[in-house]
Design a protein around this ligand. Sequence first.
Ligand code: NI
Length: 259
Amino acid sequence: MLIDSHCHLDRIDLKPYQDNFDCFMQEAEASQIEHLLCIAIDLESYPAMLDLVAGFRQISVTVGVHPNVQDCQDPSVDELVALGQADNVIGIGETGLDYFRSTGDLFWQHQRFRNHIRAAKILKKPLIIHTREAGQDTLRILEEEGAREIGGIIHCFTEDWEFAEKALDLNFYISFSGIVTFNNAKEIKEVAKKVPADRFLIETDSPYLAPVPFRGRPNYPTYVRYVAEHLAELCGTSLNKIADLSTENFYTLFKLKPL
Ligand code: NI
């Protein structure tokens, strides 16, 4: 069984499923996806996201505002804590820093990131971290805000081993997406070989970043198998082993029991 630790279910293309989310979930089950973590991007679309996944016990959610979303409601610590108290909210994010898509004075991004960490510590729920071209500042703010206390996930890992070591030291798990299957992702493949077996996760980040052989096309949580297969190949082990380890790691991090 597999777990997609990061997907945006309210953004996937349901056309191949007759625009029917139930149909999609049936295929997910048939593809042995045992749990999905649906990640929030902003607060404006949050109620609709919750409605979509309501009733599916195998879907958990997070609450947060993505670092690239501007012109939106910027949540206070109190707002995040209020929304984050729901039982199906198991993590806070995605949050972090992105100096690639956002430029200029990014004080607002830092402040938003700090608010998410503070809320996560109050709620005692792990953080889902997005970082792009901002590795040093991401690590520094995590350290300054005491994120070690709760840990979380460095999602869609695209950094080097030096970063990974520091993140592991801060109690974070390293999550590999379809990017690890790309031919040019040499450094990420090296990290995948070195990450301890009890500290990695797998994800799709669907509908973005489809793994090989679907690169450039819409992505689906069912493709998490391709990420697992690639990791198995890199690490010289079996798909089943990667599936079992990543599933166990997910339940350990979020203190959940299999359904
Ligand atoms: Ni994402």
